[in-house]
Design a protein. Structure first.
Length: 254
């Protein structure tokens, strides 16, 4: 059952999105919008479906189609798809998005601008990332080197911290990594080293990973357009092959 707070705008939204389920929608930035009140990871945790918890489902994703309802930036959203189905993630996504607000980048009226958005609840590994963002040939991330807890204290907007490593995989998927430098304070180097120590790899074909070697650079650039609750893979058009992942207030690039 849809939440009452956003049930009323559905008819209007359907008029704007007659083929929302059959064709991809542009992202909010592509239609000239930015977040005024972004969806937050706190809301996502608070609204994690009770049904999913009862079934011990540790993650789920929801694609929603949203339209700005008026000049306040409030959104009318509907679920396009959810996985797994019938676990409550769709209703949870609508609850999270009901608190979100957008505004036009150019200062105009956002009303009617429509976009697609994906929310990912729970714990996600790295095996679902594209090949260009995996650690090396024949390897996948079983546990991505996560830097989402880095608070960027003292890091200016658009300032980038980097830490480079040469790594060798053990049979268990754990990594022995050696720092090869980077442009960042010692505190960041230590945090990146901890992230690599927690990371795990696995074989893309099910074989052993023991002795597999690769290089990896953890790089965090402070941004103001990445929003909590949004996780996306993007390619930097100015640097071929440089792939990034959008986290709350930060970008991590390989």
């Amino acid at each position: 059952m849809r939440l009452l707070a956003i049930a009323l705008p559905f008819a209007a939204l359907a008029l704007c999105l007659p083929a929302a389920a059959s064709q991809p929608l542009p992202t909010y930035d592509k239609v000239g919008l930015k977040w005024k009140t972004p969806p937050t990871v706190v809301d996502m945790a608070r609204h994690y479906p009770v049904r999913a918890k009862a079934r011990q489902i540790d993650r789920g994703s929801v694609d929603v189609a949203c339209a700005a309802r008026n000049d306040s930036g409030a959104l009318a959203c509907q679920v396009v798809s959810e996985s797994p189905e019938r676990a409550g993630f769709g209703a949870s996504a609508l609850a999270v998005m009901s608190r979100a607000r957008v505004e036009a980048v150019d200062g105009g009226d956002p009303t009617g601008r429509t976009f697609g958005f994906r929310l990912k609840f729970g714990s996600w590994g790295g095996a679902d990332l594209p090949a260009s963002f995996q650690p090396g040939p024949g390897l996948h991330w079983a546990r991505f080197p996560n830097m989402t807890k880095w608070n960027m204290s003292g890091q200016d907007k658009l300032e980038t911290y980097t830490a480079a490593f040469d790594c060798t995989a053990r049979a268990s998927g754990r990594l022995d990594c050696t720092s090869t430098g980077g442009d960042s304070p010692a505190k960041f180097q230590a945090a990146a080293g901890d992230a690599m120590a927690r990371a795990r790899v696995m074989s893309a074909d099910g074989g052993s990973v023991e002795g597999k070697r690769f290089s990896w650079t953890v790089s965090i650039q402070r941004q103001n357009w990445c929003s909590p609750g949004r996780e996306e893979i993007f390619q930097d058009g100015e640097t071929p092959g440089q792939i990034g992942r959008c986290f709350p207030s930060q970008v991590q690039v390989r």
